[in-house]
Ligand binder design. Structure first.
Ligand code: FES
Length: 386
């Protein structure tokens, strides 16, 4: 035993003595070609996540009363990044003195993005969306964030049968999801319940009917009109059961809060797991307050400081945009964390059900200006916009 140990110790010594010459020889034999400046993985990552994109409006089309379709092409690259059907982009521009932005679900399919075409549909509600509905013209240029959001199908989480429920302008992500399924990029079976006031307010009916030949099932539900081939009323549990087994499906909902409340109540008796009902996030809107108070908001961005008016019923993000101070944002719903800013002083309230901050954020004084309303003079530190 002792003898063996001595032999191995001797061989280790020999190896150790040769360690440096062996390494020198290996280095001398290596290629002297310089390392690539960029690797393919990084190039792919950049194509999929380009950050902010420069875009131009190429086509404007009226869809239904109060809704306009906008088609964009990308200027800084020859294609938009591939995305998951159901995701959104934030469109950003300048209207007068104000910087404005809004998240919009993508209507077109991920494959169209690769052909440098991205389509949004904008309902005529709010300052920027109203302006786009009235003033948008081909040739105008904007900035656009990369596609983002969790409102998309996930093979491991979701059932193969998906039930999509759209209210009014909430049809937009479902057109992309239906097209993506028809193009063979998604594995689900999709049935769409599309609620609108009447037939005149059904956007994309022709496109949806065309997709029924490729596997989509559509049920139109009109609340104020009776017509053959259309359901009358609202998306109730009884109506759902007429077409699908709710216990064997994953639900995707996109529409106004009132629709979420109504459909949520209809689905409650099934006691579905939380993951089985997915709701698209809506922008945080103004609070309905009588005679809202006005405060002073001081914003520090790197070594610059700005002071502006901030109304009690508007978010801090809206106040900054109104004052022409560009600040980072994407979802405007408290979910993406992109506007994450440091609170320095002043009282505030966070929109109900929108506080997406982590415990550590709350403890160390971070806020999301997109869902924060002032309750007094405030001072915050905001990261610079891209
Ligand atoms: S913009 Fe997404 S959390 Fe504020």
């Amino acid at each position: 035993m002792k003898f063996k140990k001595q032999i191995f110790g001797f061989m280790d010594m020999l190896r150790f003595k040769k360690l440096v010459p062996n390494r020198r020889a290996a280095l001398a034999a290596g290629s002297d070609r310089p390392l690539p400046k960029e690797y393919r993985t990084n190039q792919l990552a950049h194509r999929l996540h380009p950050g902010m994109m420069e875009v131009e409006l190429t086509k404007v089309r009226h869809l239904v009363p109060g809704m306009t379709e906008l088609t964009f092409q990308r200027l800084d690259e020859s294609a938009f990044p591939f995305f998951r059907a159901g995701q959104y982009v934030s469109l950003q521009g300048q209207v007068g003195e104000s910087y404005v932005s809004r998240p919009y679900s993508i209507v077109s399919s991920p494959r169209q993005a690769l052909a440098n075409q991205l389509v949004l549909a904008v309902a005529d509600a709010g300052f920027f969306s109203g302006w786009l509905n009235k003033e948008a013209k081909p040739g105008q240029r904007f900035r656009m964030t990369e596609p983002s959001g969790e409102f998309h199908y996930e093979t491991l989480r979701d059932k193969k049968q998906i039930v999509c429920i759209a209210g009014g302008a909430g049809i937009t992500p479902f057109l992309s999801m239906a097209q993506s399924m028809a193009e063979g990029d998604e594995p689900y079976q999709m049935i769409l319940f599309y609620g609108a006031r009447d037939r005149a307010h059904l956007a994309y009916q022709e496109e949806l009917d065309g997709l029924t030949e490729k596997g989509l099932r559509v049920v139109y539900v009109l609340s104020e009109e009776e017509a053959p081939g259309f359901e009358k009323g609202f998306v109730t549990a009884a109506l759902l059961e007429k077409y699908v087994n709710p216990r064997e499906a994953t639900f995707f909902l996109c529409g106004p809060d009132a629709m979420y409340r109504f459909v949520g109540a209809q689905l409650a008796p099934y006691a579905l797991p939380v993951k089985a009902v997915r709701r698209d996030a809506t922008c945080c809107s103004d609070l309905a307050l009588e005679n809202p108070r006005r405060f002073r908001l001081t914003v520090h961005i790197r070594d610059e400081s700005f002071t502006m008016d901030a109304a009690e019923h508007e978010t801090l993000l809206t106040a900054m945009e109104r004052a022409g101070v560009p600040s980072p944002n994407k979802c405007r719903a408290g979910g993406c964390g992109y506007c994450h800013s440091k609170w320095l002083s002043g009282e505030f309230r966070v929109a109900e059900g929108r506080d997406g901050r982590r415990e550590a954020d709350r403890k160390f004084g971070f806020i999301h200006p997109c869902v924060t309303y002032p309750l007094g003079d405030m001072e915050i530190e905001v990261p610079p916009a891209e």
